[in-house]
Design a protein around this ligand. Structure first.
Ligand code: UP5
Ligand code: MG
Length: 200
């Protein structure tokens, strides 16, 4: 990576809150690279010869969180590769950290190497989120967790394990909460207000 520390924004929120959708908008407007921890895990699951395929699939279907050593290494490799290939040194890390193990692992492996700018959190009701994910599943997303059974488990994990991480960053004044209910364009207007506080 470059001599300047990579800039990182964590993008958090419940399953289906709109993290991926808004990250795409941010990429187009602000030139960040988008690294979805979930997408990286799904890619790793598909990689032939991966020793983690079964573990990852079990976690995804059951809404459990993959051990941080796996996820954090995928993220660090993706950051290094992205910088080498494109020169982009600012990253949206989507859907991570989502439990204490993630936070502790990141702190050990990465926190000194990056400059954490803030943590965007999309606030969206469970009802809306579930409806969005079920609609995506019905439209053929192919995601093995876009079903009611998995969604119940994903939400349990979100409430029990992920909300405390958001509270941890909130106590450090790093959280920028955005209403994720409503039209994606309207949500992005709120996102843009948050980015106004970044000078460069
Ligand atoms: N949509 C989006 N915004 C909309 C809007 N404003 N109005 C109407 N529709 C809207 O959106 C979801 C759907 O809603 C899409 O169809 C979209 O078009 C529509 P999306 O932008 O994809 O929302 P997002 O918050 O990204 O939802 P996602 O389902 O990806 O959230 P999850 O956090 O559940 O999924 P993720 O891929 O991050 O993780 C999946 C699993 O991987 C986890 O459950 C876990 O098992 C594992 N995981 C880990 O173990 N560790 C990690 O660090 C990360 C993941
Ligand atoms: Mg997503």
């Amino acid at each position: 990576m470059s001599s300047e520390k990579p800039k990182v924004i964590f993008v958090l929120g419940a399953p289906g809150a709109g993290k991926g959708t808004q990250c795409s908008n941010i990429v187009k407007t602000y030139g960040y690279a988008h690294l979805s921890a979930g997408d990286l895990l799904r890619e790793e699951r598909q990689r032939s010869g991966s020793e983690f395929g079964e573990l990852i699939e079990d976690c995804i279907v059951n809404g459990k969180i993959v051990p941080v050593a796996v996820t954090c290494s995928l993220l660090e490799n993706a950051m290094t590769k992205c910088f080498a290939e494109t020169g982009t040194n600012k990253f949206l890390i989507d859907g991570f950290p989502r439990n204490r193990d993630n936070l502790d692992g990141w702190t050990l492996q990465m926190s000194e190497k990056v400059d954490l700018q803030f943590v965007i959190v999309f606030d969206c009701t469970e009802e809306v989120c579930v409806e969005r994910c079920l609609k995506r599943g019905a439209a053929g997303s192919g995601r093995t967790d876009d079903n009611l059974e998995s969604l119940k488990k994903r939400f349990n994990t979100f409430y029990n394990d992920s909300l405390p991480i958001i509270e941890f960053y909130d106590a450090k004044n790093l959280v920028r909460k955005i209403n994720g209910v409503g039209d994606a364009d309207v949500v992005f207007e709120s996102v843009q207000k948050v980015f106004k506080e970044i000078k460069d």
